[in-house]
Design a protein around this ligand. Structure first.
Ligand code: ZN
Ligand code: ZN
Length: 481
């Protein structure tokens, strides 16, 4: 039992009670030392207790604030049919694993939505791992709105889909620059800016090729590279939302954690990224509403049997890179969030039970999995609720929203001119390749034949803004008008 769990209980508010101080408070009321009471909730007690003191039928680990928020209109999450209420936060997990990617889990990605009562909540993305874009599209997020990406560190399971996203985003209406925030490294070539420059360099063929289409400024990156050493520095401060960061121990300099504070709603979220459990994370994450960290099972002997590998391999990896579930539970206890969550883990039905038990060795409060894909958690000051998104297997891409295309949110023009292509194929392809194309009159039936569009019209192409808004049928709210 550590001293820090023996809390001062006088003056404890209702929320503090709910946030896990409940054991100590109940103990104080009963004249029992807090340490003993907390210990009895964690070990096998003579008389079992509900640490929250919630009414019968509510379970052991679920506080009364675990209930649907005002925005929740269905037991499942059917995007995009649910307008996020003002001052409500929704956290979706389009990716949740480091390795292996499976049908159920893509590379880590956390999409945070901050509700303003319209169909366009403020969106921010924490990491963009392999396969996550497919799930973001499945959540029907309009392509241009996949932006404001915060990368925790430069392991590919945290940014791999960036290379896939940006050229396709650009060609699907994302004509504004990509905003990416991430850490520097011990050398310039170990930082986020270098990674993005080289990413683009490796994609010259693709990028020039797509320059045959309208892409506007979609290839432009606005990189906000912060000093990896900076402790609790602010790397984002806009619209009443601040994001701070601090360094983490993950074998190499440059791994970072993020904390988002949303002033108007009084809500906060922490994503630790990867790393060994550390004191700074406890310090800077303290008292947040939603604490999300990574998790690794500490049952090396069993893993060695299960996966047929020497016990040294998982042990060495966990002990130098990662957070075992015991430590995740310990950090949750010290940080005391309204909900502790694990993302970036290997989901496994039988072992998840053991994982939760290892977390419960320390943390009696509300615990939820940030996975498998796509877990959805709604958060308000009064309630927290988890569901899973129903994703169409054959999703169509959500049409762009002109309010995003207009970039800046000023008065919308009646018409928007589509950016002119920059590099027509005549400038990047030898003539004989076009000459060898089969004459269309050969394959089009006479009544289906149409004039080919092989060059961009001199006069340009314009779209009516209202037509685009109307094409988003069924997802508009009164608040949008
Ligand atoms: Zn990772
Ligand atoms: Zn990592």
């Amino acid at each position: 039992m550590s001293d820090s769990s023996k809390k001062e209980t006088s003056g404890m508010g209702r929320r503090d009670m709910l946030k896990g101080g409940g054991i100590a408070a109940m103990a104080a009321a009963a004249g029992v030392p807090a340490g003993e009471a907390a210990a009895s909730a964690r070990t096998m007690p003579d008389e079992p207790k509900n640490p929250y003191g919630t009414p019968p039928g509510y379970g052991i680990s679920l506080p009364e604030y675990y209930r649907p928020t005002p925005s929740v209109s269905n037991r499942n999450f059917f995007p995009p049919g649910e307008v996020l209420a003002k001052n409500e936060m929704r956290i979706c997990f389009p990716g949740s694993t480091p390795w292996p990617p499976t049908l159920a889990q893509s590379g880590t990605c956390i999409m945070v939505e901050l509700g303003n009562g319209t169909t366009i909540p403020k969106r921010m993305f924490f990491d963009l791992g392999n396969g996550s874009v497919k799930n973001i599209l499945g959540l029907q997020v309009p392509v241009p709105q996949i932006n404001d990406i915060f990368i925790s560190h430069l392991h590919v399971d945290h940014y791999h889909d960036l290379s896939y996203l940006f050229p396709f985003r650009a060609s699907f209406g994302g004509w504004t620059p990509m905003r990416v925030t991430g850490p520097s490294g011990a050398r310039p070539d170990l930082g986020t800016r270098h990674m993005i420059e080289k990413l683009k360099e490796s994609m010259v063929w693709h990028l020039e090729n797509f320059d045959h289409c309208p892409i506007g400024d979609g290839y432009v990156f606005e990189v906000n590279e912060f000093d990896w050493r900076d402790e609790n520095g602010i790397c984002y401060d806009q619209d009443g939302v601040t994001v701070r960061h601090w360094p983490r121990s993950h074998v190499k300099d440059g791994a970072s954690a993020y904390r988002l504070d949303w002033e108007e709603a009084g809500l906060s979220m922490v994503w630790t990224g990867d790393g060994r459990p550390d004191e700074k994370t406890i310090k800077y994450a303290k008292g947040c509403d939603v604490f999300i960290t990574e998790g690794q099972l500490d049952n090396m002997a069993l893993q060695a049997i299960k996966f047929g590998i020497p016990v040294e391999i998982p042990t060495y990896i966990v002990d130098t890179y990662h957070t075992p579930y015991y430590a995740a539970g310990y950090c949750m206890k010290e940080i005391n969030p309204r909900v502790g969550m694990i993302c970036h883990y290997e989901q496994n039905a039988e072992l998840d039970i053991e994982a939760a038990a290892q977390i419960r060795a320390h943390w009696p409060g509300l615990f939820l999995w940030g996975g498998p894909d796509v877990a959805v958690v709604n958060v308000t000051k009064d309630a927290i609720w988890q569901r899973y998104a129903v994703r169409p297997e054959h999703a169509s891409v959500s049409p762009p929203d002109p309010r995003e295309l207009a970039a800046g949110g000023a008065q919308l023009p009646d018409e928007i001119e589509i950016p002119r292509p920059k590099l027509p194929r005549e400038e990047q392809q030898e003539q004989f390749l076009r000459d060898m194309e089969i004459d269309p009159n050969t394959f089009y039936p006479a009544d289906a034949n149409r004039p080919l569009m092989r060059t961009w019209p001199e006069e340009g192409v314009k779209i009516k803004t209202q037509d685009l808004i109307d094409s988003r049928g069924g997802v508009r709210s009164e608040a949008d008008k």
